[in-house]
Every structure is written in structure tokens, then in C-alpha cells.
Design a protein around this ligand. Structure first.
Ligand code: SF4
Length: 487
């Protein structure tokens, strides 16, 4: 499920084109948002080591940059760089560095580019004290807020939207940090799940609509916050709960307390966290990711009309849905595609043959398992359709009799303004073709998407989710144009 990027030409694999854009090699899927971690311990602990492992567990949420901040002698220390967690942070494990509070971040970059100045945590020393921030989400009114700050003379170092929170805090006329926070947070619209240090305190902050997940857990006196529970599991934190939408959890020398940003608002939890982004062994929004994906697969199977011999997942993101499909349909599940976990990260492949080779390097069929078989191929979603076309070709070459592609999400038609990088509407295949045309385009015998109703039937509280990238019905007003870079 880790997104990898390859540059492919617009217009499909048979054309060479001078315009390039990024593509996830394995599944042509959407790109993750970011991941955050925060720790407070009354007794000083070796903080880089305690942040490293949960961040490593959240690596799937962003591979472009990684970083940590912690308090040392009343000042913030920050280590961050472009690269993956192991590359950037393992050097800081060589000796112990003790602190009572620290935060960490993994980032996926979009328009902001993969630059060091966009890496997080962002740490400042300002009139409200020492503040470090790790943010997951998109501030959907960031253009307007940034324009105001520019007008007032603010200088931005980064191109993302997280930095503006620090500017707003610093420029607040409230002298007290918590009064400034109470003034600033209600001005932010959209998605923000934040781990923050203020002087010696850890804050876990979640926007009032709860777009992105955020958890808080306890292990003895230690308080840990993280985007997903897989990051808590690795520290053996097994007492945890969601940070409620609109809640601020504060951990410091006075203990742990909870404050509210605003009155509760209608929930807009990102359904794509459950479909694709989160790790299957995590809980997000109080739901098991794996079991929800199995229910989605079962919902797909319920309305299946095609006869087939095998259910085949596109690994790894199609695994749980394929299992649910197989169980519900009574068809055998076959692991007929092997994923190479050791292939590289970013490549520019100038020729069609090389690009095809790149996909073959990542995913490859097991001929003996699929030869002469009619396959139900399960993938999490379809974005541009480019990788599916290569996959279908490979499976046919390997002897598959029929390939029926089933997508564990509805058709993606609209951009996301709340922290997920979705290509422009022109690039989304479902904006140009119906499922029958897509099948012809990628060479499959049929293509069918999960319907929004089938998706809702797989969720415990369907009315608490955002479905805007499928429906275009945004839960809050959004600024026009393409969304800014995600955090
Ligand atoms: S628009 Fe789509 S990706 Fe964005 S928050 Fe809503 S469901 Fe998630």
C-alpha cells in the first residue's frame, strides 16, 4: 500500500508525450496525506527512539520527508529532512537524548514540492513561547488566511498551509498562548489533526468535523497521540481512544486535560482513510480498517453478476476487500500477483517499455495460479487507469481467460480539499469514461465500481463520513481551483 512514484506520459502507455506527471506505480492510486505522533512523559525518556518507531509504523502516510521536535533545556530541538523515516532519523538513535515531550511527522508532498522547508515538524520561538507543530490535513480556507497574513507583512518559508497556524498564533493580540489558540483554531476551516508542543506541554488537536483520524493513548504515565492505532501498538499502548472532533487534549506536568475548540459540528470523516490510506491493522474513526474493507468487498460481491473462477487482490491495498469478496461469494481467493517490496522509490522512465518493466518489477503474476482462469481482480480504487492497463496486459499474457476488474471505491470524480492529493479532474479517468469504456481502454472484460450506497452499507455510521470526491457534495464551502498541497 506504500505509494511509489513513477513519471508517465499523459494519454496512456502507447503514446510518448513531453508532459509528465507523477503516478503511484502499484495501483495508480491516490496519494496519502501525512502522519503525526506526539509523546509526553513526566519522567524524561529517550525521545528520538520513542518517536522513531511509531513514525516508522506511519510511514505509509507519507514518504517524502520525516522529522521530530523535542524540548531540551527549555528550547526546541528539531531534526528533519527529505526522505523516509529510517534514512532521516536512524542517525539520531545512536545515542540517547532525554526529554519529557516530543512530536514527529511523516509527509507526503504535492504542489508544495518535496522541499526541506516544507518538512515538518515546524518549530518556532515566538511571543507565545516555544511552539512546534506536526499537521495532517488541509486548511481549506488557507488562501484567504494567507492573503490576510501577507497583507499584514508575514513572510512564509514554506508553500504548504501548516505554517499559517504558527503565524496566526504569533500574530494574535492575545498574550496568553491558550487564549491565542482559542482565537485561532475557530478561524481554521477544513482538516487538521495536529500534534503540538508548547513549551513543556503536548497538545493533540482535531478539527471539529473530524476529517482526519487522531488517537490518544496511555502507557503508565506516558501519553501518546498518533494518527492511527498501529503507531500506538508499536509502543504497546493498549489503552487509547479517539481525540474527539473539536477536542484538544493537553498533557503536561499538571496531568491530562481536555478542552473544546467549538461546539460539535456534523462529522465529515474521510471515508478514503478506511478504503485505502490507513493500515489494515489500525483502527481509524473507531473502526477496524481491515474489517471495514472486508465488508466493502462483501458488498461488492453481493451485486456481482459475472461468473468467475478466482478472486485475485492487487496487493497490498486490495487484500482485505478481496478476502471479503471471496468469503461472501464463495469463490476461492488466490494470491496470483506477487508484490516486490524491495523495488525502488522514484523513477523517471522515458520509454513505454521501461515504464512497463517498472510495473512488472513491482507486481508480477504467478502464471500457474491464473492460467485459463476467469478472474475477479480487486483493487482499492481507480484514478488514471494507467497501471491497471499494464496489470491487465500482464495477467492476459500470463494466461488469464477473463479479467473482471472490481474497485473497492466509487468512481473518483472531484478533487479533495481536506488533505488528500487527487489529480485534476482532467486526469481522473472516471471524468472521461463510463465503466464499459474504461474496460475497453484497459483491456479488461468488465469493470465495476462500488456504489456510494454499497459503501455506506459497509459503514457503521455512514452519515458521519465525507464522500465529496465521489459526489462533489463538499461538507463545507471550498475555495475555487485546485486545492493547495496536503500536509
Ligand atoms: S473528498 Fe474524498 S479524500 Fe477528501 S476528505 Fe472527502 S472522502 Fe476523503
Amino acid at each position: 500500500m506504500l505509494p511509489k512514484f513513477l513519471l508517465l506520459p499523459r494519454g496512456g502507455l502507447t503514446e510518448l508525450d513531453s508532459r509528465w506527471y507523477t503516478l503511484s506505480v502499484e495501483t495508480d492510486s491516490l496519494q496519502d496525506s501525512c502522519g503525526v505522533v506526539g509523546i509526553y512523559s513526566p519522567e524524561p525518556i529517550n525521545i528520538p527512539s520513542n518517536l522513531f518507531f511509531p513514525l516508522f509504523a506511519l510511514q505509509h502516510r507519507g514518504q517524502e520527508s520525516a522529522g521530530i521536535s523535542y524540548m531540551k533545556d527549555n528550547r526546541l530541538v528539531t531534526y528533519k529532512d527529505v526522505g523516509m523515516v529510517g534514512t532521516v532519523l536512524s542517525r539520531y538513535l545512536e545515542r540517547e537524548r532525554y526529554s519529557t515531550v516530543g512530536i514527529g511527522h511523516v509527509r507526503y508532498s504535492t504542489q508544495g514540492g518535496n522541499k526541506l522547508e516544507n518538512a515538518q515538524p515546524m518549530a518556532v520561538s515566538c511571543n507565545k513561547g516555544e511552539i512546534a507543530l506536526a499537521h495532517n490535513g488541509n486548511i481549506s480556507n488557507s488562501r484567504q488566511l494567507k492573503a490576510e497574513l501577507f497583507e499584514e507583512g508575514s513572510i512564509f518559508q514554506s508553500t504548504g498551509d501548516s505554517e499559517l497556524i504558527l503565524h496566526l498564533l504569533s500574530r494574535s493580540r492575545e498574550s496568553d498562548f491558550y487564549h491565542a489558540l482559542a482565537e485561532v483554531l475557530p478561524r481554521l476551516e477544513g482538516a487538521f489533526s495536529i500534534a503540538m508542543i508548547h513549551n513543556g506541554s503536548l497538545l493533540a488537536i482535531r478539527d471539529p468535523r473530524g476529517f482526519r483520524p487522531l488517537y490518544v493513548g496511555w502507557k503508565g504515565d506516558m501519553v501518546v497521540t498518533a494518527s492511527e492505532t498501529c503507531a500506538l501498538d508499536i509502543l504497546k499502548v493498549d489503552e487509547f481512544r479517539e481525540v474527539q472532533p473539536g477536542e484538544i487534549v493537553i498533557a503536561d506536568e499538571n496531568g491530562v486535560r481536555s478542552e473544546r475548540i467549538s461546539e460539535p459540528k456534523p462529522q465529515s470523516r474521510c471515508v478514503f482513510e478506511l478504503i485505502y490510506f490507513a493500515r489494515p491493522d489500525s483502527q481509524v474513526f473507531g473502526e477496524s480498517v481491515h474489517l471495514t474493507r472486508k465488508r466493502i468487498g462483501a458488498a461488492l460481491a453481493t451485486n456481482e453478476t459475472v461468473s468467475a473462477d478466482l478472486v485475485l487482490p492487487v496487493p497490498d491495498s486490495g487484500n482485505s476487500a478481496a478476502l471479503g469478496f471471496a468469503e461472501a461469494s464463495g469463490l476461492p481467493l488466490e494470491l496470483g500477483l506477487t508484490r516486490n517490496h524491495y523495488s525502488g522509490r522514484s523513477f523517471i522512465m522515458p520509454t513505454t517499455a521501461e515504464r512497463e518493466l517498472m510495473v512488472r518489477m513491482k507486481l508480477h503474476p504467478i502464471r500457474e495460479a491464473i492460467r485459463d482462469k476467469r478472474l475477479i481482480l480487486i483493487d482499492d480504487s481507480l484514478v488514471r487507469g494507467t497501471t491497471s492497463r499494464i496489470l491487465v496486459t500482464m495477467l492476459k499474457e500470463a494466461g488469464a481467460a477473463e479479467i473482471h476488474l472490481r474497485l473497492a471505491s466509487p468512481e473518483i470524480i472531484w478533487p479533495c480539499f481536506f488533505g488528500i492529493d487527487i489529480p485534476t479532474r482532467e486526469e481522473l479517468i472516471s471524468n472521461h469514461m463510463d465503466p464499459g469504456e474504461i474496460a475497453g481502454h484497459i483491456g479488461a472484460d468488465s469493470v465495476r465500481f462500488l456504489t456510494i450506497e454499497e459503501l455506506k452499507s459497509s459503514l457503521d455510521e455512514p452519515n458521519s463520513y465525507c464522500f465529496a470526491c465521489f459526489s462533489g457534495n463538499y461538507p463545507i464551502p471550498v475555495e475555487s481551483g485546485q486545492p493547495p498541497g496536503v500536509g
